[in-house]
Design a protein around this ligand. Sequence first.
Ligand code: 6SY
Ligand code: ZN
Ligand code: ZN
Length: 244
Amino acid sequence: MSLSLQMLGTGGAFAKQYFNNNALLSVENFTLLIDCGITAPISSHQIGRTPDEIDAILITHIHGDHVGGLEEFAFRMKFQYGRKPVLYISEKLVQPLWENTLKGGLTQEGISSLEDAFEVHTLKEGIPYSLSPNLTVELIQTPHIPGKDSYSLYINQEVFYSADMTFQPELLMKLVRERGCRTILHEVQFISPGAVHTTLDELRSLPEDIQQMMYLMHYADDMENYIGKTGPMQFLRQHEIYSL
Ligand SMILES: O=c1ccn([C@@H]2O[C@@H]3COP(=O)(O)O[C@H]3[C@H]2O)c(=O)[nH]1
Ligand SMILES: [Zn+2]
Ligand SMILES: [Zn+2]
């Protein structure tokens, strides 16, 4: 069963030419929104998608470009569509997402916890969960900011979707050599050192066969300057529909 991918945005946190790096992943009649950043509402609007068409949201980590659109999403679902959005999230992110990101805006009569605003499904790392009959997602914790939990995704045991993360060549090699990974959607930073992200130079150091299965995302506004400089790796384009 092939997966359909449409990025709501492919930009890094400070990009202005591209929306936040959020993805619509569809299989059969089920659509998952991977991260819901500040620009998710305007980007969805531009492609004519409304919140009620999204069956579930999954959050990788708590930065604005990944969670900044959740307040609007929850309020629209409550007041325009009369129901709670389904939210898949690491058990470790529930408390910080509510206490540090959403509590201020969403708290009112009838809403005093994350569960009051969303139908929350907590996920443990390392376990594939069935979100729909043809979609499984496994959280893989990957390093981003020290002390801040962040989770990449292993989708249907064949597609790796990186959260924001530092370069983890051993993980990528293991996924491809031992776990059947055939497609990698990876964040990229053009300027070294990566610090909290993975650089283009680091990705270019991977074996050629792994670069061939890689699409680049979460990039800066000068992406066009790097066309032709990424070896076999291709840039994902926002709003284009890919069959994975
Ligand atoms: O220790 C830090 C924390 C943050 N930042 C910047 O803030 C951005 C937050 O969103 P992001 O994770 O997509 O990208 C991050 C970086 O651009 C950083 O350079 N070093
Ligand atoms: Zn980010
Ligand atoms: Zn981040």
